[in-house]
Write a protein that binds this ligand. Structure first.
Ligand code: ZN
Length: 246
């Protein structure tokens, strides 16, 4: 048994028995970790009020390698993201980030850079509610690159020509040029490609100076389809369904 102290984001909180909660954490040092917060729902619990998704915490838990669920012993709050859940668009994109992390990150896998990217993207969404879609696209693009599936935004992989107005081919799982496109491909126009290139080269996470071009939903569909293919996951995010009703 080891006592572990690390930073964590709460991905999910599931009620367990009468008074406890099981939490899915994205930790800075150990990737995805499940912990049980015993007695968390009791009125006098030290955990009460701290264990909501999107909370950034400093946590201490007892780790035993033979156990799937570790025991949480202490939490301190660092930051609450999107405290104003009345902003449906911002909370939807923030929740979609958590949903994607749950799908692509494994247990006991150190992901410090991705952890920092997640915090920076959530911070951006928090501080730029009107431009929150950019924060989500930024997260997708940088996460894809960080995890080793860098996008090709410049040359068409079929004819080697420069891509100006591009199309995402869900047959080749690549961005291709307008000469090679086929019906059903998702159009990603020149403005959108330039936008993605700017976001891609922003290593310091200074996302705020870039506006989202029109039809950001096309970009999201393209990046999620690409992610689904490379990570072998179902690419739709349930969290994003909510936006259809806005
Ligand atoms: Zn081509």
């Amino acid at each position: 048994m080891t006592l572990i102290k690390t930073e964590a984001l709460i991905l999910k909180n599931i009620a367990f028995k009468e008074s406890s909660s099981i939490l899915q954490l994205f930790t800075k040092d150990y990737g995805r970790v499940s912990v049980i917060a015993k007695g968390a729902k009791r009125f006098k619990s030290q955990f009460r009020g701290y264990l909501e998704p999107l909370n950034h915490l400093s946590v201490i838990y007892v780790h035993k390698p033979t156990r799937d669920i570790q025991i949480l012993t202490n939490v301190e709050i660092i930051h609450t993201f999107i405290p104003n859940i009345n902003n449906i668009e911002a909370s939807t994109y923030a929740t979609a980030i958590l949903e994607l992390i749950t799908k692509i990150i494994h247990t006991n896998e150190e992901q410090e850079s991705l952890f920092q990217l997640t915090l920076d993207s959530l911070n951006f969404i928090d501080n730029n509610l009107k431009n929150c879609q950019t924060g989500f696209i930024y997260f997708l693009l940088q996460a894809i690159n960080l995890l080793g599936f860098k996008l090709n935004l410049t040359l068409c992989p079929i004819c080697s020509n420069l891509i100006k107005d591009g199309y995402y081919s869900s047959f080749h799982y690549e961005l291709i040029c307008d000469q090679c496109m086929q019906s059903g491909d998702i159009q990603i126009n020149k403005n959108q490609i330039d936008f993605l290139k700017k976001l891609e080269s922003d290593f310091n996470h200074e996302i705020s100076y870039i506006d989202t071009p029109k039809n950001g939903n096309n970009i999201i569909d393209f990046l999620l389809n690409y992610t689904g293919h490379h990570f072998e996951i179902y690419p739709k995010l349930k969290s994003l369904d909510l936006l259809k009703y806005l």
